[in-house]
Design a protein around this ligand. Structure first.
Ligand SMILES: *Cc1c(COP(=O)(O)O)cnc(C)c1O
Ligand SMILES: [Zn+2]
Length: 420
């Protein structure tokens, strides 16, 4: 493997790759750095195109020594041209990155696959995490696949599908009487007590975070090795947003795509919008909030990478929007009806924010825009259960159906492409 190091994001000190959670000197967060000059000398496009149809095709830009990654098939999800949704929002070149189609139904499979592969190489024995739901699903599944025990910590009010979809893999599910920020604090303490436990988003967060870069790598590859003009990314801790940006910059550095400006915008729910609030106030300080939103997978009131995400958005000329719970559900329906993609609440946050930013001309009509839809709708069914359902119940007889049709209980002509 070509030389890689850990670098402190605050004081810029370098360390060899190791299980170091924060900088030894200033407690700043760490970042993996690569020898881009050497990587650029590889026959990168061919190495990637010959690789597996998963995030591991980009192994040259991931922080692992391991020859056999823990690969459940995360990544290489469809990038679809969203013409119908684009037409509704006034965007002529809109694309959806459909990360609902990952092995456990969310983008978290990307980060977990990298984190646990690195953790195994570093000698950790147990897979653990502090989760808002999707991370728990993914840690449990990858732990099972790798033959590792797993212990996941969640706020006790999570959606049932996320709890059952974790326990089914044999994971220990520990529910905490508190919100995500309480769970995270406990896990930070526990990580100090349990030296062989890899808390993927705590003590090995530096490795975990690198997995999100693969979203940028795939988008560029799927656009024929070119970057979009604008990307809309949901913000929970803010890690994904910063790493999508890093992924595009890395591809420019190693010559996979041409240099050009790429705007990165962020999406939050109004019930948990600490980064959007700071952006709106023009402040550099992310004031923590107590989350209260149906978008539980994004409900982090004190986001670890919030400040860095804000910087990326400001430096790239992007924007950050926040949307209400009812706008989130409207957007889930709109995406499903126009594009055939059923997203969880986080996807609703992204699409509703996309709509809002387009309306405010913060996204321009002819920009090539990619919106990240990061989790599957079957995980948050409850939020649509009073919106949609059975059209009508009839006797098993021809006349009954014709009668229902007559009464307008079965309606045609409402599809977004229907010419009526
Ligand atoms: C965790 C999560 C995110 C955002 O993650 P961060 O990197 O913490 O900002 C986005 N979408 C879904 C569905 C998630 O589960
Ligand atoms: Zn430091």
């Amino acid at each position: 493997m070509i030389n890689q190091e850990l670098k402190c994001r605050e004081c810029s000190r370098h360390f060899p790759l190791q299980a170091l959670a924060v900088c030894d000197y200033c407690f700043g967060p760490l970042e993996v750095t690569y020898d881009y000059g050497e990587i650029a000398k590889l026959d990168l496009k061919n190495r990637i195109e010959a690789g597996p149809r998963s995030i591991w095709r980009y192994a040259d830009l991931l922080p692992v020594e391991c020859e056999t990654p823990i690969d459940l098939g995360a990544g290489f999800t469809p990038l679809v041209r969203a013409e119908r949704l684009g037409a509704q929002l006034g965007l002529s070149d809109l694309w959806i990155k459909n990360d609902t189609l990952n092995p456990t139904g969310s983008f978290k499979d990307r980060v977990v696959s990298v984190a646990l592969t690195a953790a195994r190489g570093l000698g950790f024995k147990v897979a653990a995490c502090a989760s808002t739901g999707n991370l728990a699903n993914s840690v449990a599944a990858h732990g099972a696949f790798a033959g590792m025990d797993s212990v996941v910590f969640i706020p006790k009010d999570l959606e049932k599908p996320k709890i059952l979809g974790t326990a089914i893999y044999g994971a220990n599910v520990v529910a905490i009487d508190g919100n995500y920020d309480d769970v995270n604090r406990l896990c930070t303490e526990l990580a100090g007590e349990m030296p062989t436990w890899a808390f993927v988003n705590v003590n090995i967060r530096t490795y975990y975070a690198e997995g999100s870069k693969t979203l940028a790598f795939e988008i560029a590859e799927q656009l024929g090795w070119s970057a979009p003009d604008h990307v809309v990314v949901p913000i929970a801790s803010g890690s994904q947003l910063t790493k999508v940006h890093k992924g595009f910059l890395e591809m420019q550095k190693v010559g996979l795509i041409n240099e050009k400006p790429i705007r990165i915008s962020g999406a939050q729910a109004q019930g948990c919008a600490p980064v959007a609030n700071a952006f709106a106030d023009g402040s550099d300080f992310i004031r923590p909030v107590k989350p209260n939103t149906i978008a539980k997978s994004l409900a982090i009131g004190n986001p670890a990478d919030g400040w860095y995400a804000l910087e990326v958005v400001k430096n790239t000329g992007g924007s950050i929007g926040a949307v209400s719970d009812s706008e989130i559900v409207d957007a889930i329906e709109l995406l499903a009806r126009t594009e055939g993609i059923f997203a969880e609440t986080a996807g609703g946050v992204t699409i509703a924010t996309l709509a809002k930013l387009a309306k405010e001309s913060k996204i321009l009509p002819d920009e090539r825009v990619v919106a990240l839809v990061t989790g599957h709708g079957l995980k948050t069914l409850d939020c649509v259960s009073d919106r949609v359902g059975i059209s009508t119940t009839i006797e098993p007889r021809l006349e009954s159906f014709l009668e229902a049709l007559e009464k307008g209980q079965v309606k045609l002509g409402s599809a977004s492409g229907a010419s009526s």
